[in-house]
Write a protein that binds this ligand. Sequence first.
Ligand SMILES: NC(=O)c1ccc[n+]([C@@H]2O[C@H](COP(=O)([O-])OP(=O)(O)OC[C@H]3O[C@@H](n4cnc5c(N)ncnc54)[C@H](O)[C@@H]3O)[C@@H](O)[C@H]2O)c1
Length: 332
Amino acid sequence: MRVLVTGAAGFIGAALARRLCARGDEVLGIDSLNDYYQVSLKEDRVRNVEQAGEGRFHFRQADFADATALNETLGDEAFDAIVHLGAQAGVRYSLENPRAYVASNLMGHVNLLEIARHRGGLPMVYASSSSVYGGNDKLPFAVEDRVDHPVSLYAATKRADELISETYAHLYRIPLTGLRFFTAYGPWGRPDMAMWLFTDAILDGRPIKVFNNGEMWRDFTFIDDIVNGVVACIDNPPKDDDAPKAGGSVKPHALYNIGNNRSEKLTRVIELIEQACEREAEIEMLPMQPGDVEKTYADVDAIRDDLGYAPSVSIDEGVPRFVEWFRDYHAR
Ligand SMILES: NC(=O)c1ccc[n+]([C@@H]2O[C@H](COP(=O)([O-])OP(=O)(O)OC[C@H]3O[C@@H](n4cnc5c(N)ncnc54)[C@H](O)[C@@H]3O)[C@@H](O)[C@H]2O)c1
C-alpha cells in the first residue's frame, strides 16, 4: 500500500510513518517543518523514520495550506490512502495566532480533501481532537454527544474539519474517518505539551506550572495505542452502504475517539514523572487558562466495537518510557 502522510515530521505522523514502513507499506511524508516548536526535533524525527524505513519512507517539505505548492509537491504521484495529521496544534497558541489555525486547519483540510477527490476518491483518515467536546460535562465523552460549543479556536477548526468532511463524504462519496485523539504522549513527543514541559523543568530543577490549582484530568494515550487506532482505520475505510456510522453519519464518514479510556488526575502523572526523573517537582499552582478544559475522558466503545481497538499502555508504564526517551534524546 502507498500512503500519503501529512504532518510526517510531527509527533503522531512520524510514529505512524515508522509503523507503516515496518509492515511493508510505502510512505510519502509531507510537512512544512514550521517553527511552532523546535525544527531540529522535527528533522530528527524525519531522519529517524528514514533510517528505520529502509527506503520505504520518502519526505518532501511542503505547506499544504498552499494548494498550488501542494499539487506541485505531489506531482503525478498515486496513493492508495491519505492520512492527514498535519495541523496547527495546541489550544493555547490559538489565542495568540488564530490565523495559523485558519490556514493550516481549514484551508489545509480542504486542500487535502481536494487531493482525495481528484486522485480517484482516495480514502482519507484525518486528525480531529478531543477538544471538540469543549466543556461538556457528560463523561466519558462519546462520539454521539453534541459538540457544538467549542471553547477555543483550535477546537472550532477541528469541528469544522469534521463538518466539511461530512459534505465531501456526501457529495463525492469519499470514505473518510475523523479521529478525536486524547492527549497523546510518548517517545518523540511534543515540546508544547504538559508531559514534556514538566519533565524538562523537573530535570532542570525549575518550577512547573500547574493550572486550575491541579484540578485537571486528562485521558492520556500512549503513542503506540494512538498508532494502533490509526492503522486500524486505514485498513477499514467506512463503507458507502447507507448504514449509520460511528458519530451518526449515513455517508461513508466515521468519527472515533482514540483514548486510553481512563481519566487521570494531572497530579498523579506528575508523581510518575518525579519517580522516573528521581527528583521532586516544585509546583506553582495557577488558575485555569482561557480555552482550556478541566477534564477529558474518552468513551472508546465505537472504535472497539467496529475495529477491535484496545488501548494497552497504562500511564504507569508509559510515563517512564517517555521520560527514558527524553533523557536519552537530550543526553540528560
Ligand atoms: N498530540 C495530541 O495529543 C493531539 C490531540 C488531539 C489532536 N491532535 C491532532 O493530531 C494531529 C497530529 O498532532 P501531533 O501531536 O503530531 O502534532 P505536531 O505539531 O507534532 O505535528 C503536526 C505537524 O504538522 C505540520 N504542519 C502544520 N501546518 C502545516 C502546513 N500548513 N503544511 C504542512 N505541514 C504542516 C507541523 O510542522 C507538524 O510537524 C494534529 O492534527 C493535531 O491537531 C493531536
